[in-house]
Design a binder for this molecule. Structure first.
Ligand SMILES: O=C1O[C@H](COP(=O)(O)O)[C@@H](O)[C@H](O)[C@H]1O
Length: 225
């Protein structure tokens, strides 16, 4: 794990967008397509804003979330809603979005269709992760019933989970997909998340601290506020 500390989060988001665009662009120089996974939640909006205004050959970029909350896309908690409103506008509107959510049924029924699309985009060019203070990353939550499967090297690319204490079911990229990515980044803000990250690093056990399962070759971007 490599930690980069920033003077403030505004600067961090601009820098991070620049790094993401550079890594995607490098891939497009020698490949037909590149793939990018971004987190949901409250942290990544500004990096999405900066990326959406960046000149890239977006038509050749497959974009997905690291995880989805199983709520309709017009729900304020929907990660797809965030991505559509903050990334898939302006220049990045031309990107090919691979949604995980569908109204076709329960997450377990819908996951195989999206999983095939994720598989076709693997290895992902870049995964940008977020993290909760409980040390979950993507939707790999401590205490989730099938966390073992999600952390297994033979896991399918996408898995449905029902984490305890979380208001909705989740669909998440599994640790295998995250760890197979060509570039792996994590973005966090604040002392509480920094402490959680250090706790996870000290534990090293992905079952207790899921973010520990994806720390190999991970670049962490942190700002105090
Ligand atoms: O529920 C989620 O939480 C994490 C962290 O979110 P944040 O609001 O603390 O930034 C996020 O990375 C994940 O994509 C999301 O579904």
């Amino acid at each position: 794990m490599n930690l980069i500390e920033y003077a403030d989060s505004e600067l961090m988001m601009m820098d991070l967008a620049h790094i993401v665009a550079g890594e995607i662009n490098r891939k497009l120089m020698h490949s037909e397509r590149a793939s990018l996974a971004l987190p949901g939640g409250t942290t990544p909006g500004p990096v999405m804003d900066a990326l959406s205004a960046t000149s890239l050959d977006w038509e050749r970029v497959d974009v997905m979330l690291t995880d989805e909350r199983w709520v309709p896309e017009d729900d304020p908690r929907s990660n797809a809603r965030l991505l559509r409103e903050r990334l898939l506008v302006d220049k990045a509107a031309k990107a090919n979005f691979i949604p995980f959510w569908s109204d076709a049924g329960a997450p377990e029924e819908c996951v195989p269709v999206a999983a095939d699309k994720v598989r076709a985009a693997m290895p992902l060019t870049l995964v940008l992760l977020g993290m909760g203070e409980d040390m979950h990353t993507a939707s790999l939550f401590p205490g989730a019933e099938n966390l073992d499967t999600a952390l297994s090297p033979n896991a399918p690319p996408l898995l449905a989970l029902h984490p305890p204490g979380v208001p909705e079911a989740r669909v998440t990229l599994t640790a295998r997909v995250i760890n197979d990515a060509m570039n792996k980044h994590l973005v966090i803000i604040g002392d509480a998340k920094r402490e959680a990250l250090e706790k996870a690093r000290a534990s090293g056990d992905g079952h207790v601290a899921p973010v520990a399962a994806v720390m190999r070759d991970l670049t962490v971007h942190w700002a105090k506020e």
